[in-house]
Design a protein around this ligand. Sequence first.
Ligand SMILES: NC(=O)c1ccc[n+]([C@@H]2O[C@H](COP(=O)([O-])OP(=O)(O)OC[C@H]3O[C@@H](n4cnc5c(N)ncnc54)[C@H](O)[C@@H]3O)[C@@H](O)[C@H]2O)c1
Ligand SMILES: O=C(O)[C@H](O)COP(=O)(O)O
Length: 409
Amino acid sequence: MSNNSLDKDKIKILLLEGVHQSALDALHDAGYTNIEYHKTALAEDELIEKISEAHFIGIRSRTQLTEKVLEHANKLVAIGCFCIGTNQVDLDAASAKGIVVFNAPYSNTRSVAELVLGQLILLLRGIPAKNAACHRGGWIKSAVGSYETRGKRLGIIGYGSIGTQLSVLAESLGMEVCFYDIVTKLPLGNARQIKSLKELLSTSDIISLHVPETNSTKLMIGAKEVSQMKKGSIFINASRGTVADLDAVAEAIKSGNLGGAAVDVFPVEPKGNDEEFVSPLRGLDNVILTPHIGGSTMEAQENIGIEVAEKLIKYSDVGTTTAAVNFPEVALPAQADNHRILHIHENRPGVLSKINAIFSENNINITGQYLRTTEKLGYMVMDVDAEEGELALEKVKEVDGTVKARVLF
Ligand SMILES: NC(=O)c1ccc[n+]([C@@H]2O[C@H](COP(=O)([O-])OP(=O)(O)OC[C@H]3O[C@@H](n4cnc5c(N)ncnc54)[C@H](O)[C@@H]3O)[C@@H](O)[C@H]2O)c1
Ligand SMILES: O=C(O)[C@H](O)COP(=O)(O)O
């Protein structure tokens, strides 16, 4: 499968899930005007129809770019995830089609950490239940079950960008921070890494999850793990809905084994604001339920819009793949008066020698050459004299192992 470069107004960009205006502004400023914008995710049929015409797509966490959907994405060169998580994209299927995936790995970190901090303070004071009672005309004026944060132990599962931010913020309140991670991590401040998940669960006053959705995190908090949590402790999940068994959490809340919970992410989430939200946690007063808005602040969304749009623009304009999630990373200068051949190939012996032979046999002058590989993919970029660009593209497309080839003017 190959793509030639097009005039910018012919490059079709599909933006879904209401990505921030800052993304539209950045794309427009860079000359990209052929943009179709949707405030929501699309149903699979419509997504397949639209993606088959798109060169770039921008999504957030709801749009599932499965192997089936990507089979139809024959013009697509890049996916921008305007969020941190990339579990909604079949990364192997994207790589196999030579489609680059970008995300914004840090832009909403602070927003999530702040939300969790606010939730744990409210839950330690029993505010959600007291607030709900007041709304019904009740009045629970009591200190019973209300605590300060000072000296309480926060157990963080997943000590990455968000987990570490939360750790620092929590220590500034005088909390004791422990964490569990599959990787040995340098603890910030006075935080301590605990090697056993069971030990973290059974000794923490608050447990907060900050792991990605992977095979190893799927239902990592099941009924057994919930039962290992300290009596009366608080459970918080703002990572992914597949990580925790919410039926088990609901049972533990009802029985009083858990003192409260805050959950922002769910195994099944409504596709839009007009669809009903269903969860076993509905109706429990000491549970804070939020509609997957951990990263939804004006600051974060604006920054994410700029960051991901810039990554898409740089890839479209010059072929740069820096910080790609699934792709060999190459930082490229602008291509002056040359034509630039982007050749994405299977990383196997013989491909490079074949490409170099083609250039030599056809007397095509290379003025710049860049190569990076991952285990499965090779990304080779060659600048050639402008008059030789079309011929070079035609020839490299014929190389066995070619996944995608384009020329940038
Ligand atoms: N609620 C929201 O709106 C929202 C916003 C942003 C991110 N998120 C979610 O939060 C997740 C974490 O974000 P991040 O930026 O901190 O990611 P990160 O990659 O920086 O950190 C994740 C950490 O989890 C650890 N980890 C992975 N598998 C593990 C396992 N099985 N057990 C223990 N630790 C494990 C990793 O080693 C890493 O330290 C994202 O992947 C995303 O799914 C949700
Ligand atoms: O992965 C993320 O960054 C969060 O889950 C936020 O996703 P959203 O952009 O759909 O709010």
